[in-house]
Design a binder for this molecule. Structure first.
Ligand code: AMP
Ligand code: MG
Length: 420
């Protein structure tokens, strides 16, 4: 328990331990469980994860098939070829893709065959159209053709009953193609989490309104919606919520009923009108942490209410976006059954000096360029957590660890591209 009430009922915040990014992530992933499975059309499963093993229903290909437009022959008929004297074949049929020949090919015969058509009985090789001469229904071959040449054998790719795709596989366009070729129009995947967004702040107006003095436009609702959309998920927006405890509390309850993950933006600090903390206590949420050693984004809280996850993100735009990417996104991925290890990091050579406060882990928004196989980071502008304009010029971040406050040009830090 982090929050306490004073003797006269006033609320105050205990100094809580700031935990590391790794520890925060470990706690979040421990609480995030893959959601139940549902059957969906393959095309709505792009970028989702398979929740069942898939076995082949067919042989692929289902027949010996020609890989080329050419002529089906018996390869051994060309064994005698030497010294530029062509071998002659009588052309006895034409086979289009989707059709087959009812004749059996005999020695000395050839059948014209199109790519993808079944190789006729008796034939064992196909010679490409570009390599032969034809005159008056006679085919002239001037090379030795090996048995099996240009023939894709029945079941060569996969056989009936063979294992095709493992549970947990990420469905990319290739997997959609594999599923289609095996005759699967629907597959089992984990249900998408529903994510509710509550933007708090009496100073906020919608983007179509003209802010009066002291007001600002509600950008977080839009960037959070876009971040959710970027994950292929849908958000549920409960609008701008005034800084009144009861109003916010009833909206939090409504959001918890309607979604799997609730995100609040703002109201997370220790100001007189920051109520998220108190509300979490009042609804008996299990608060897991309230502060992470990350800049921007330190006042992020994470709580669990039954099976629902609650993230209280800081109101500053850079903090909200950074903490969404670092903490909410992995939770969404785990709920979708995805692999959550982050391997997007790489070493980046600094092209400028970077000076920051030492204490927290700093996520510095920069421009990363690849030059002669090395990655380089260029400084952009103020890293103040309300400067969305800096982030908008950035394509990546570099990460300066806790305890380090200065790195000069030429030194190396880990970095990654953003919104990948
Ligand atoms: P808070 O976390 O509520 O103390 O807000 C921190 C800062 O972020 C303040 O300067 C707010 O005006 C700003 N802020 C809060 N919510 C939003 C929002 N939805 N869109 C843009 N800025 C916001
Ligand atoms: Mg506020």
């Amino acid at each position: 328990m982090f929050t306490q009430w004073g003797p006269s009922g006033e609320h105050y915040r205990e100094e809580t331990a700031m935990i590391s990014v790794e520890e925060a992530l470990r706690i979040i992933l421990e609480e995030s469980k893959a959601l139940e499975c549902e059957e969906k059309d393959i095309l709505s499963c792009l970028n989702k994860v398979l929740a069942e093993d898939i076995y082949s229903r067919d042989n692929l290909p289902p027949f010996d098939k020609s890989a080329m437009d050419g002529y089906a022959i018996k390869g051994e008929d060309t064994d005698a070829y030497e010294n530029g004297v062509s071998i002659k074949f009588e052309i006895v049929d034409l086979i289009k893709a989707g059709e087959s020949s009812n004749k059996e090919l005999r020695n000395g015969q050839a059948m014209k065959i199109m790519t993808g058509a079944p190789v006729p009985k008796g034939a064992n090789a196909v010679i490409q159209i570009e390599k032969v001469k034809v005159k008056d229904d006679i085919l002239y071959v001037s090379e030795k053709v090996k048995n099996g040449c240009n023939v894709i054998k029945l079941g060569e790719e996969i056989k009936v009953g063979d294992f095709a795709l493992r549970k947990g596989t990420l469905i990319r366009p290739t997997e959609i193609g594999v599923l289609a070729s095996l005759g699967y129009s629907k597959i089992k995947v984990h249900r998408n989490p529903v994510i509710a967004i509550l933007t708090t702040g009496d100073e906020l107006v919608d983007i179509n309104e003209t802010p009066k003095f002291g007001q600002i436009r509600n950008s977080n609702e839009y960037s959070l919606k876009a971040l959710i959309q970027n994950l292929g998920l849908e958000s549920l927006c409960l609008g701008i919520i005034e800084d009144k405890k009861d109003t916010l509390k009833s909206k939090v309850k409504e959001a918890l009923e309607k979604s799997d993950i609730v995100i609040t933006s703002g109201g997370a600090s220790v100001g007189d009108f920051d109520f998220v903390d108190q509300i979490l206590t009042e609804i008996n949420a299990e608060v897991k942490f309230k502060s992470v050693s990350i800049k921007p984004g330190k006042p992020i809280s994470f709580a669990v209410i039954g099976k629902k996850l609650f993230f209280s993100l800081p109101g500053n735009p850079l903090s909200a976006i950074t903490t969404f990417e670092e903490f909410v996104k992995p939770a969404c991925n785990k709920m979708l059954g995805k692999e959550t290890s982050d391997n997007s990091m790489f070493p980046v050579i600094l092209c400028d000096d970077f000076k920051e406060k030492e204490d927290r882990r700093k996520y510095i928004y920069v421009r990363i360029k690849k030059i002669n196989g090395n990655m380089y980071a260029y400084k952009l502008g103020s890293q103040s957590s309300n400067h969305l304009m800096t982030m908008s010029k950035a394509n990546g971040i570099i990460i300066m660890p806790e305890g380090i406050g200065y790195k000069e040009a030429g030194e190396i830090l880990n970095g990654k591209f953003i919104f990948k």
